[in-house]
Design a protein around this ligand. Structure first.
Ligand code: ADP
Ligand code: ASP
Ligand code: MG
Length: 403
């Protein structure tokens, strides 16, 4: 008998038929003798619809009301799911975040779980119940509802698995595992049997939305074994696990991409100590994360160009902050939000030379121009024109023998 946290994503609970199908899956686990805590997402499309409604009132809708609004999506699913389990003869109930409680800290709409009180949930399990918890939310220390950022139900599931001491956490979704790249844009993508937390964290942070990045980080820090599986097939999924359980036979493990970024270039910036700090200080003060950065070496020691990327949604705010910054002198500002970041990820690249060359060659063979490059120990990212994303992903996937 195992203790398992099972999470269903939006497409897995998109309508009543699918909720009943997912509930049947849970019943079979309980009938096998497992103790199960269910975590659910909002029904597919519901969160987007709620966001749209809030924007119809105000583009900058009040953040506290925004979280209270968005959390309703998951609450609806949790009650329908618990009701479905009861109808099937199981003992069950929904547990809203304030009833447990799941306590969060940090910015509204992007909070993180800091503690989960498990007494009531464990008691419920011991009494033979199957608790159903709405994902993506918690309650802040001042008793306001909070949400965990898009895709945050994964983080709820992993945090619950850690706190109740589950044997593992199952993420049920609309693909049957983590693939070498998004199978929706490259039919040649292959399923990965096992992937390390580190690689999955990079893949997720770089755009592979099959797992939310915070959830992978939580899993890694607390050694929570995560299995990604399909709600709609019985296929074996992907295990996300520690490095020592994996042998690396490929130079790279996967290709990820994201279209969430925008690029800003400051031309003719004064080249003096402290200039980079004065560009980035106001961005940091306004909670804007900067990702890739390139500063050219100035030819005359007087002027240089600085290019960096930020989240696309932060573009207007960033440009305004830079224009208003009286500590900064530059000749011109250019920006572009039609860019994509394509990345290769793999622990194998630490021991294999020539990985960057191979990636750049694959892109040049397709006549794709690289705008910005950034690297870390187990990843290389390039920024390219957004329209060439799929072509780039497919070419790189082939170049590294992942097809
Ligand atoms: P859920 O609603 O179940 O949380 P998501 O839409 O958040 O599901 O994540 C699943 C989707 O992630 C898949 O449908 C797939 O298109 C996308 N995806 C992106 N990269 C990958 C990848 N490397 N492997 C598998 N799926 C991926
Ligand atoms: N419903 C939320 C979202 O769409 C959280 C989740 O599905 O994980 O982002
Ligand atoms: Mg998701």
């Amino acid at each position: 008998m195992s203790k398992i946290v099972v999470k269903f994503g939006g497409t897995s609970v998109a309508n009543i038929e699918r909720i009943l199908n997912a509930a049947k899956l849970i019943k079979s686990k309980v009938d096998e003798g497992h103790q199960v805590v269910v975590v659910v997402s909002a029904m597919s499309g519901v969160t987007n619809d709620l966001i749209k409604k809030s924007k119809e009132i105000d583009q900058n809708f009040d953040v506290e009301e925004y979280d209270a609004l968005l959390s309703t999506g998951e609450q609806v699913t949790s009650t329908l799911f618990a009701g479905a389990l009861k109808k099937m003869g199981l003992k069950s109930r929904s547990w809203l975040s304030w009833q447990i409680p799941i306590v969060t800290e940090g910015f509204h709409s992007n909070s993180r779980i800091v503690s989960i009180e498990t007494t009531k949930l464990n008691k419920s399990l011991q009494q033979g119940e199957t608790p159903v918890v709405p994902g993506f939310q918690g309650v802040s220390k001042d008793f306001r509802l909070s949400t965990l950022g898009r895709g945050g139900s994964d983080a709820s599931a992993v945090a619950l698995a850690k706190c109740i001491g589950a044997d593992y956490c199952e993420i049920y979704t609309d693909v049957d595992g983590v693939y070498t790249t998004n199978p929706a844009i490259n039919p040649k993508a292959k399923k990965i049997d096992k992937i390390s937390y580190e690689e999955m964290l990079e893949m997720a942070s770089l755009g592979a939305k099959v797992m939310q990045s915070n959830s992978v980080q939580q899993g890694m820090m607390n050694d929570v074994e995560i299995h990604v599986r399909s709600t709609f097939t019985n296929n074996k999924g992907t295990s996300i696990t520690s490095d020592d359980k994996i042998s690396y036979d490929k130079v790279i493990t996967g290709v990820a991409y994201s279209k969430d970024d925008a690029k800003i270039t400051l031309i003719g910036v004064e080249d003096r100590p402290g200039i980079a700090a004065s560009i980035f200080k106001p961005l940091y003060e306004n909670n804007i994360s900067v990702d890739m950065i390139v500063q050219n070496v100035s030819a005359d020691n007087k002027k240089t160009d600085v290019t960096f990327t930020i989240k696309r949604e932060d573009l207007d705010k960033s440009v305004n902050l830079i224009k208003k910054n009286s500590n900064l002198k530059f000749e011109k500002i250019n920006f572009d939000d039609k860019v994509a970041k394509v990345s290769i990820v793999g622990a194998g690249m630490i021991t294999h030379p020539g990985v960057a060359f191979k990636m750049f060659k694959a892109l040049s063979d397709q006549n794709i121009n690289i705008l910005v490059i950034s690297t870390s120990e187990i990843k290389i990212s390039v920024l390219i024109d957004e329209t060439q994303t799929q072509k780039a992903v497919v070419a790189i996937h082939t170049a590294f023998d992942l097809d």
